[in-house]
Ligand binder design. Structure first.
Ligand code: SF4
Length: 156
């Protein structure tokens, strides 16, 4: 890859929204707590300081989604995911990929309360996802992926 060029395959927005399958370990730390998109490039774009907040209600954040707990999001089943993200672009990503992202954010959180939420998924819905259940050695504040066995999607 040439200098001054951008490899879109490494973009957090691409990885969290478009990328199917598990996310390579080298990208996980940089994802931080981004579970759907990134858009830091929009935040630093000098033109965006002229942007105005929209008065269109459909563009406003819904109260229940302004600061959700990662541990709650990790526990979303398919029906609950669909309901929570009804009429939201997040729905397009699908529950399995979304929970994959949440698990990485939990891993990055270093929060001791994160481990049970991740570990619950080790035994959960294996028909849909035998998955990217990442957990954290939170006591040492260290992220470890304990299991990446590939994804078994609904068709599998
Ligand atoms: S800053 Fe922009 S290009 Fe970089 S990872 Fe985030 S969304 Fe992708």
């Amino acid at each position: 890859m040439a200098l001054e060029s951008l490899d879109a395959r490494r973009c957090i927005s691409y990885l969290t929204i478009e990328h199917k399958g598990h996310i390579a370990a080298e990208f996980r730390r940089a994802m931080g707590n981004r579970i759907y998109g990134c858009d830091d490039c929009l935040a630093v774009c000098p033109w965006n300081k002229y942007a105005q907040a929209s008065r269109e209600a459909a563009f406003h954040a819904r109260a229940e989604l302004t600061a959700p707990l990662l541990s709650d999001l990790a526990g979303l089943g398919d029906a609950a995911f669909r309901e929570l993200f009804r009429r939201s672009p997040v729905k397009r990503t699908g529950r399995d990929r979304f929970v994959r992202n949440v698990l990485i954010a939990l891993g990055n959180s270093g929060d001791p309360k994160a481990a049970p939420a991740a570990e619950n998924l080790l035994f959960w819905e294996t028909r849909f996802m035998q998955a990217m259940v990442s957990t954290v050695n939170v006591s040492r504040g260290r992220y470890d992926s304990i299991f990446i066995a590939g994804l078994r999607w609904r068709s599998g």
